[in-house]
Design a protein around this ligand. Structure first.
Ligand code: GAP
Length: 431
């Protein structure tokens, strides 16, 4: 990582932790490496991203996307059929002098390559046991992708929702991978959240739908505030395609250390439905009323990471600027994405001002995410609100008691306006 980018990365991580977005997991016990908990602001931000995702994938009248929320622990036969038991592994090498383990393609530069063992395959699925007796039949796995929960529910959704191809099924939820080399904060963790869509279409339309999803997903990242210049598309070479994919295009983000995956859009063909049909013996075809025949739909899969998107947003929203000889730090979140949209800051803790603050909060809180902030000096409170990316702050001062007006401060321009409390709601609605 270049020195300046490393500095930015470290500052983003520091603010995320000190301001309540992300905490080290089990921190009171010294932490668990590469495990993270999401704090109050992190959860708000994550919810805003996922709500926006659901809204966006449902905004096209031409297609229907059905939501599901499937189990993390499925029958082990699911992972046999999907190929994960046989194929979901990374080549791993051990460093003989220290016993450290690395992914073969991610060995740090300062390690002497002659001290490494030959690569061995290492399955990334977490294994556990179900029920009171532990034997080979009790072994189950934590899902490494949400996708399979969708495929095994294809027939359930088709039947109960009377779905017509083309349609999609979408799931947001946790996935688990025993990554050999996790790291870079929440970029690659062993427990993370995915946002996946399996889109079922006719084979002859696969090219069209593939392009549709690449464009739609790329637009979405821009719409939530990631700048165009930090996004690019990269098609996978044949030798990097996953075992199920005939074509994959990644949406990449410019992380502080360089370009890397944010989302993959894959053509999974009929691989999954055919494999589950074979393994389960159940009919997973679709009766096409136009051609009067049964078909196995082709699947286009936009697979994104919720926690990784949150990280990309933190990185791309982070900004510093010099104001009156000191540095102001800001997360420039969009209004619809910001964890707190409006901070309400009474100038002092005097009862009269707190009373008005609560009145203003009641007025706004059913429409917006608000927070009354009374701790510390007004300067420090502005600084905190800037650091957590609050787009607007409302200050209630002693003049408010006389003229029923408040000061609204814009985070980015820092311009302050005096607005009557009677007009506050319409002020924000008009934004
Ligand atoms: N169903 C296909 C699938 O899971 P993937 O490219 O392995 O494809 C999709 O994962 C997305 O999930 C990635 O683009 C990334 O955003 C996120 N992701 C994958 N592994 C991750 C990890 N260890 N930590 C955080 N996010 C991860």
């Amino acid at each position: 990582m270049e020195e300046t980018n490393k500095e930015v990365f470290e500052k983003v991580v520091k603010i995320a932790q000190s301001r309540g977005f992300v905490f080290n997991a089990s921190s009171i016990y010294g932490g668990l490496r590469s495990s993270y908990d999401y704090g109050p602001l992190g959860v708000l931000l994550k919810n805003n991203i996922s709500n926006n995702w659901w809204k966006d994938i449902n905004n096209d009248n031409e297609i229907t996307i059905y939501p599901v929320d499937t189990a993390i622990i499925q029958s082990s036969e699911v992972w046999k059929a999907s190929g994960h038991l046989a194929e979901f592994s990374d080549p791993m090498v051990d460093h003989k002098p220290t016993g450290q383990r690395f992914r073969a393609d991610q060995v740090p530069d300062d390690i002497n390559k002659e001290d490494l063992t030959e690569p061995r395959q290492f399955n990334l699925m977490f294994e556990t046991n179900i029920g009171p007796v532990q034997n080979e039949n009790s072994t189950v796995y934590l899902r490494p992708e949400t996708a399979q929960g969708i495929f095994v529910n294809f027939e359930n959704v088709l039947r109960t929702m009377r779905a017509k191809v083309p349609f999609g099924i979408a799931n947001i939820g946790k996935s688990f991978r025993n990554e050999i080399t996790p790291g870079q904060f929440i970029f690659r963790t062993r427990e993370f959240e995915q946002m996946e869509i399996e889109f079922f279409c006719k084979q002859e339309d696969q090219g069209e739908w593939f392009n549709y999803w690449v464009n739609k997903r790329m637009e979405w990242y821009k719409n939530i505030g990631i700048p165009d210049s930090s996004l690019r598309l990269r098609e996978h070479e044949n030798n990097e395609l996953a075992h199920y994919a005939s074509k994959t295009v990644d949406i990449e983000f410019l992380y502080p250390w360089g370009w890397g995956e944010l989302e993959g859009i894959a053509n999974r063909g009929t691989f999954d439905l055919s494999s589950h049909e074979k393994e389960s013996g159940k009919d997973l075809t679709y009766f096409d009323p136009l051609s009067n025949e049964k078909i196995t739909p082709t699947v286009i899969e936009p697979a994104g990471g919720l926690t990784r998107t949150l990280f990309a947003l933190l990185c791309s929203s982070y900004d510093e600027e010099e104001v009156n000889d000191s540095v102001r730090t800001v997360f420039r979140f969009q209004f619809n994405i910001a964890p707190i949209q409006i901070g309400i800051l009474p100038l002092s803790k005097k009862d009269e001002l707190i009373e008005v603050s609560e009145k203003v909060n009641t007025l706004l809180r059913s429409n917006y995410r608000t927070e009354i902030d009374i701790t510390q000096s007004i300067g420090k409170r502005y600084r905190r609100q800037d650091e957590i990316g609050t787009p607007y702050c409302i200050t209630i001062d002693f003049e408010t008691l006389e003229d029923n007006s408040v000061t609204i401060r814009n985070r980015d321009s820092m311009i302050q306006e005096r607005v009557s409390i009677d007009n506050l709601l319409s002020y924000f609605i008009d934004l």
